[in-house]
Design a protein. Structure first.
Length: 167
């Protein structure tokens, strides 16, 4: 990254900086790798360009600037248009830098989101199958909290209903 030395961002692999127009002005190498863009391509993008829910961006960004921080989960769009769920922590730093740390959400959520967002029926069928396989693997391997167990069961139910509607 250029000349950013913020303790809040130290040791983070996926860091982005934007300006008040939501344009990326700097990013870590990890961000480029994560999204599949070169650094040069990334610096030509705005938050809107890589967001799945573009309509939500202005409201979230305005709130973020007003309160000076924001955190949550969000879905980005990789260069190959595959959805990428992330957790983010965004900061307006003391020197005015507007920055965020991303962390990809791993496990069953990524293929699940991809299946939900796929519009082409042929691709959606494959996406549902991948998501169901990831959910089965997750259910067999990991002990979950009751909330996580409920989320997994809900995901199974929704994907099953989607699968039936495709036939």
């Amino acid at each position: 990254m250029l000349s950013h030395n913020h303790p809040e961002l130290r040791d983070a692999r996926y860091v982005v900086f934007v300006d008040s127009s939501r344009r990326y002005v700097d990013c870590s190498d990890g961000v480029s790798e994560l999204l599949g863009y070169t650094r040069e391509e990334m610096l030509k993008k705005t938050i809107d360009d890589i967001s799945y829910d573009v309509a939500e961006v202005p409201t979230l960004f305005k709130r973020y600037l007003e309160i000076g921080w924001l955190q949550g989960e969000y879905i980005l769009q990789r260069k190959d248009r595959i959805p990428l769920p992330i957790r983010y922590q965004a900061f307006v730093l003391s020197d005015g830098c507007i920055a965020a740390i991303w962390e990809p959400i791993k496990g069953w959520r990524q293929p699940y989101m991809a299946a939900l967002l796929e519009l082409d029926p042929r691709n959606q069928r494959r996406a549902i199958e991948r998501a169901l396989a990831a959910l089965r693997q997750e259910r067999e391997v990991v002990t979950h909290s009751s909330d996580e167990h409920r989320l997994i069961n809900d995901a199974f139910s929704l994907l099953g209903a989607m699968q039936k509607n495709l036939k």
